[in-house]
Ligand binder design. Structure first.
Ligand SMILES: Cc1cc2nc3c(=O)[nH]c(=O)nc-3n(C[C@H](O)[C@H](O)[C@H](O)COP(=O)(O)O)c2cc1C
Ligand code: SF4
Length: 424
């Protein structure tokens, strides 16, 4: 049974009539019959944590919103561009009303005057699906004035971004939404004080808000039946890479990584073995096989030396070149760096260049010292987290697979390229 990916159990749930026929918008009805503070308290009690990457408790985040201003905004982040992550895409394409209902519940709890859903530019199908659903919901009176005959009124706009990874960072997102170039803002002030158009704003991930209808319908205690004490609830894991059944899996937090890899995703392909897993999108350290029994929750992954991040689980099998993977990922950060601050702009450029020359077989042993040295000049010295996000995979790869870097240098080329052919 799915609570988020409900379209897998209920075909046609993209249409309002089907969504409503299966309990849709009952969470919103219940929410507006409660006080705003009671909704906030229910969400805080559920222990829901943000699914955008950082895992910040949602109820606590909402409590920071400055209520003294006459305007307050909710922005739902569906920019989803983290490599290996495609959960929000499935949600907005196939279960758009649940994202909208969740946004309306959040907006109500926050006493927001306007709500926005910010969609990654490339996700055209998801954007169109959300737009259709928003229009249906508006025509049916779930969006607009006096929802369910209450005092509550709200507008909801769906915005298609121009398409840049950095626009997923909440302050760059707000700049982009205002029509400017997607450059991060300096914090403080935080969006909860000065956000969209200078007004207090909460930015929440699309999966985060999709959790709200079932939480409000079934209660915080029900939600806490899933997951662990500190990481309650359910989460969508996007599984990609060299694995038999890639795709999205909705599971309780705390499910062991091994169970996800083998019982759900079918294990490695071609009789190969898995040599490393990136468990939380491209911005987190890799895990090696001795940690594959780690429970997939925020705390356990930290203890194991990585992070849950966005829940993008990428599988690297024994045919994968770690150096090539590191070069490819660094190139992503180099390309997506907005260039506003020097450590990120220059650091990602030089680390990519060095990794590419090691992979090409023209690196030197000195390069192995240069990479952590440059990383040190990036770490903690950037305006936004993108610069830091470029480092964990590379540094963990150099710790666990140093021999592969050395082999590339000593053998003047990639030892994997000659050895590997995949046969179906
Ligand atoms: C470079 C960068 C890209 C990001 N991309 C996304 C994204 O695509 N979707 C998202 O929800 N959060 C993304 N974030 C995190 C957001 O800044 C923000 O923390 C999040 O939307 C908050 O939602 P949550 O509290 O529900 O997790 C990104 C952060 C950084 C630094
Ligand atoms: S860290 Fe990178 S992406 Fe972030 S502001 Fe600086 S240059 Fe731009």
């Amino acid at each position: 049974m799915h609570y988020l990916l409900r379209h897998r159990d209920v075909p046609g749930i993209q249409a309002l009539v089907t969504y409503v026929g299966h309990g849709g918008y009952e969470g919103l009805r219940r929410a507006v019959s409660m006080s705003q503070d009671a909704v906030l308290e229910e969400v805080a009690q559920s222990g829901l944590r943000g699914r955008g990457g950082a895992g910040f408790p949602t109820g606590r985040k909402w409590s920071f919103l400055n209520q003294s201003s006459s305007e307050r905004y909710l922005v739902v982040n569906a920019d989803e561009a983290e490599p290996g992550t495609f959960k929000d895409r499935e949600l907005i394409e196939n279960n758009p009303h649940q994202v909208i209902e969740g946004a309306l519940i959040a907006a109500y709890a926050l006493r927001a005057t306007d709500a926005f859903i910010f969609v990654r530019g490339e996700l055209l199908t998801g954007y169109e699906s959300l737009l259709r659903a928003r229009n249906e919901a508006r025509d049916a009176g779930y969006i607009g004035s006096h929802i369910f005959h209450s005092d509550y009124s709200i507008h909801l706009s769906v915005f298609r971004s121009a398409g840049a990874y950095i626009c997923g960072e909440e302050t760059a997102l707000l700049e982009s939404l205002e029509g400017r170039r997607g450059h991060p803002r300096i914090k403080p002030p935080f969006p909860a004080q000065v956000g969209l158009y200078g007004q207090p704003t909460v930015v929440n991930n699309a999966e985060t808000v999709a959790n709200l209808p079932p939480i409000i319908m079934n209660g915080a205690n029900w939600y806490r039946n899933f997951g662990t004490d500190k990481s309650p609830g359910i989460k969508i894991f996007s599984v990609s890479g060299l694995i038999a059944r890639p795709g999205n899996y909705e599971l309780p937090l705390g499910t062991p990584l091994d169970t996800l890899l083998h019982d759900y995703a079918g294990g490695p392909r071609y009789g190969r073995s898995i040599k490393a897993v990136i468990p939380g999108g491209s911005s987190v350290p890799l895990l090696v096989p001795e940690n594959f029994n780690v429970p997939l929750d925020y705390e356990s992954l930290l203890e194991a030396g990585s992070m849950l991040g966005s829940g993008g689980v990428m599988i690297l099998d024994d045919a994968t070149c770690i150096v090539r993977t590191a070069a490819r990922l660094l190139k992503f950060y180099r390309t997506e760096s907005c260039g506003k601050c020097t450590p990120c702009r220059e650091g990602t450029y030089w680390m990519t260049a060095i990794l590419e020359r090691i992979e090409a077989g023209v690196g030197t042993m000195d390069d192995l010292g240069r990479l952590p040295d440059i990383a040190d000049h990036v770490s903690g010295k950037c305006l936004c987290p993108l610069g830091d996000a470029s480092l964990p995979f590379m540094l963990s790869a150099m710790t666990h697979f140093r021999h592969e870097f050395v082999q590339h240098i000593e053998e003047h080329g990639c030892p994997m390229s000659a050895a590997v052919t995949h046969t179906a």
